[in-house]
Ligand binder design. Sequence first.
Ligand SMILES: [Zn+2]
Ligand SMILES: [Zn+2]
Length: 264
Amino acid sequence: MRLQIVGCTGSMSGPRSAASCYLVQADGPDPATGATRTWSVVLDMGPGSFGQLWTHMDPSDLDGVIFSHCHADHIGDVISLHVHRRWGPARGKTPIVLGGPEGVLDRVRQIDGAGPEETYEGEFALRTLIAGESFRIGPLTLTPSTAWHSVPGFGIRIEGPREDGAGPATLFYTGDTDECDTITRGASGVDLLLSEAGFTDEDEVRGIHLSGSRAGRIAATGTVGRLVLTHIQPWTDSGVAFREARTVWDGPLDVAEAGRLFTL
Ligand SMILES: [Zn+2]
Ligand SMILES: [Zn+2]
């Protein structure tokens, strides 16, 4: 299983990266053909990320896009994806999974400027995320965990085949969330925790974002294999998030950068 950072800037696109977008790929059998192929799922598709996705894969080959929640910095480029699938090179292809919290298609219509008659059924196969209800896309098993954010949202645990063939690998993406039991449990024991750090410890508002130290505490509590910090605002020095996490987490630690690949 591979995790490609497509975009990672917090709350918007930034000077060094598009907004949140993470490509998860794994090789596995395709029931339609019996042959092994690469399966591709994107977690979130924030502003600027669809264009960047082209530098990593042909977006016509996507199998699913999963939205952690419906804030525009996580779903804005769904409109680019839609145009690509209805009128562009992916026209006529099998609808891909579009997952998100209850009402996600209404949010897509709002951004699109479409009315209720727009179903997107030619492009997307809707999957409403429910905490604890796992589902599969090819060789990947995805399990949502309830987040603590200003709108309904989920962290996503993904299990897939290890690149070296030695059993399963796991990762957890927090989406946007503050520290809470459901997210800590969902992340427990994963090989890689991709955690937002939208706030620093200077931010006192709760129920919105993690800070570096709160992300570090989730990593330490869950004894994860590696912590990767992301969703850092473009005006925040990423070194602040790194140092905050280091106060509570002494394991492998990285700050996400657009274009970086993690192999599990
Ligand atoms: Zn966000
Ligand atoms: Zn958000």
